[in-house]
Design a protein around this ligand. Sequence first.
Ligand SMILES: *[C@@H]1O[C@H](CO)[C@@H](O)[C@H](O)[C@H]1NC(C)=O
Length: 205
Amino acid sequence: MGLLSLSCCLLAIFLSLSPALSTNSEGNALHALRTGLSDPNNVLQSWDPTLVNPCTWFHITCDSNNHVIRLDLGNSNVSGTLGPELGQLKHLKYLELYMNSLSGEIPKELGNLKKLVSLDMYGNKLEGQIPKAFAKLKSLRFLRLNNNKLTGPIPRELTALSDLKVFDVSNNDLCGTIPVDGPFANFQMERSLRTTGSMDRSCKD
Ligand SMILES: *[C@@H]1O[C@H](CO)[C@@H](O)[C@H](O)[C@H]1NC(C)=O
C-alpha cells in the first residue's frame, strides 16, 4: 500500500470515529453518574459506555439529534452522590431523580443546564444548600426539592426564575424567610410554593 492510500485510509477511519467521539460526551457524563451510584435493582444495567451514544439506554430519552433530553430515574432505589459531570448534559429538559436515597450536596454545575424545564429531586437525603446557580435555569418550570435534608436559606437569586410554576422545598431544614418579590409573590396565591416545616428557623449568619 502506498503512503498516499495509507493516509487516506487512516483519514477515513478517523472521520468514521469522530462523530462517535463528539456525541459521546453525554454518555461519558452519564457513565460517571453511574459509577457514583449504588444500584441494587440493576436499573442502570443497560448503560454501556462503549455504545456510540446513550440513546438506547433505559431511562434515557434523546431528541432527533441524539442529544439527551430526559433522565428518568425516579423511584429506582439508587443511592450515592451526584457529581459535577451532570452539568455536561447541556440539552437536558427533564431531570427526574425523585424518591431514591441520594445523599451529599446538589452539584452547583446543574446550573449549567440552561434548557431544564423540570428538576425533581424530592424524597432523597440530599444535604447542603440549594445552589444559587439554579438562578441560571431560565427555562425551569418545576423545581421540587421537598423531603430532603437541605439547609440554609432559599437563595434570593431564585426570584429571577420567571417561568417557575411549582417550587416545593417543604420538609427540609431550611432557614429564614421566603423571598416575596418576583414570581414568589404569585406562588403564594397559586399555592404552588410549598415550604411547610422548612422555614421555622432564622438563619445564623
Ligand atoms: C432497595 O435496595 C435495597 C438494598 O440496598 C433492598 O434491600 C430493597 O429490597 C430494595 N427495594 C426495592 C423496593 O426494590
